[in-house]
Design a protein around this ligand. Structure first.
Ligand SMILES: Nc1ncnc2c1ncn2[C@@H]1O[C@H](COP(=O)(O)OP(=O)(O)O)[C@@H](O)[C@H]1O
Ligand SMILES: N[C@@H](CCOP(=O)(O)O)C(=O)O
Length: 353
């Protein structure tokens, strides 16, 4: 039996759109058992899936549709293994809210790649696992943070123009088979080596991440559709100037609230996403280190709608202000104080129970 644990993540941290990611201490857990004395069952690809945790009613348990197991199948098929090993059972326990900007899909993809690695006894290293994950979810910020842990900066190699034009690579394209349909026997596209690159930054131990999670979903795909396809030089310079400081000021101990707050300002995604998230602009402008002691900076988490407030304390008061602003829009929220997840994805073999 194996237990795979993958942290959630908060991408962008203000100006670092599609670049910066922070792994946080809420974990997707995948428990894998393989009973090889079972009967082969080609109709289920030899795999049964159970799911507990958030959004259970929305998650497809068919292994050829479920994002996590389908990603594992992609990895297996790239290694000429058409199905899961006979008798595979995958229990997914997921506390990461879906479609809230906390990297649930990135965690599922990273977990799926690791699942494929374990089931196929492939022994792939993390750089190669990153290549596979990036073929399915092309946001290196979430995926590298979830896989490696900590606070990371990432970039993708320049892809050919056709691939560059596609911001998301649907799994249907990497796994050429209609979901639930007949196995065509085709080998899916093998990822090139070293598609994504990452670098870990230090993180000041005093800084915690307060996540205020509204009770509605914004799909990442939808939150990317509202973004412009080109930007003014002025707005790009605004973000680059702040991003250049951000990675360093978040490692300074003690943290400097004034610098962090201004280094977390953004002009290339949050203003556009405000059309999908009532109250966002007001929250980002009105919750500051001068109004709230302990606050260092505030941003949209990933594609939203979660708000991420970096703070050293006073979490209740900060959360209460943001929750009451959302309440004016008829939106309820939950909140959590999270810490950087330093270890990233882990996979531990345990004796069968
Ligand atoms: N553990 C999981 N197992 C299967 N599918 C998942 C899992 N986590 C997320 N997903 C899929 O990813 C979708 C959310 O992805 P996305 O819109 O990118 O939001 P997020 O910001 O949470 O990553 C879910 O609706 C679901 O289809
Ligand atoms: N950089 C991406 C990150 C999306 O993160 P998610 O947690 O919302 O999936 C973006 O901002 O679109």
């Amino acid at each position: 039996m194996w237990t795979i644990k993958v942290p959630c993540s908060s991408a962008n941290i203000g100006p670092g759109f599609d670049v910066i990611g922070l792994a946080l201490s809420m974990y997707l857990e995948i428990h894998v058992t393989i009973k090889s004395d079972s009967q082969p069952d080609p109709s289920s690809l030899n795999c049964t899936v159970a799911y507990t945790g958030v959004g259970a009613e929305d998650i497809d348990l068919n292994p050829s549709n479920n994002l996590l197991t389908r990603t594992a199948l992609y990895v297996l098929r790239c290694h000429n293994q058409r199905t899961f090993p006979v008798g595979t059972h995958v229990h997914i326990h997921n506390p990461i809210p879906l479609g809230r900007g906390l990297g649930s899909s990135g965690a599922a993809v990273v977990g799926g790649v690791m699942l494929g690695n374990v089931c196929g006894k492939l022994d792939l290293d993390k750089p190669r696992l990153l290549d596979f994950a990036l073929m399915v979810e092309r946001h290196p910020d979430n995926v590298a943070a979830a896989l490696y842990g900590g606070f990371v900066g990432t970039y993708l190699n320049e892809l050919n123009p056709e691939d560059m034009a596609r911001k998301e690579v649907p799994l249907a394209e990497v796994l050429p088979q209609p979901a639930g349909g007949e196995d065509t026997g085709l080998v899916p596209p093998i990822p090139p080596n070293g598609i994504g690159h990452f670098r870990r930054f230090d993180w000041a131990k005093e800084i915690k991440a307060l996540a205020i999670i509204p009770d509605f979903e914004v799909s990442t795909a939808k939150a990317r559709e509202v973004l412009p396809t080109s930007y003014s030089r002025k707005d790009m310079i605004f973000n680059l100037q702040r991003l250049a400081l951000l990675t360093t000021v978040l490692s300074d101990s003690p943290p400097n609230a004034e610098l962090i707050y201004s280094a977390m300002q953004d002009k290339i995604h949050q203003p556009y996403r405000a059309t999908l998230i009532p109250g966002l602009t007001d929250i980002l402008q009105s919750v500051t280190p001068s109004t709230h002691k302990g606050l260092l900076g505030i941003c949209l988490s990933g594609a939203g709608p979660t708000i991420l407030a970096l703070a050293t304390g006073n979490f209740d008061a900060i959360a209460e202000t943001i929750i009451s602003r959302f309440k004016q829009e008829g939106i309820t929220c939950q909140w959590k104080v999270l810490e950087p997840a330093e270890d990233g994805t882990t996979c531990v073999e345990e004796p069968d129970k």
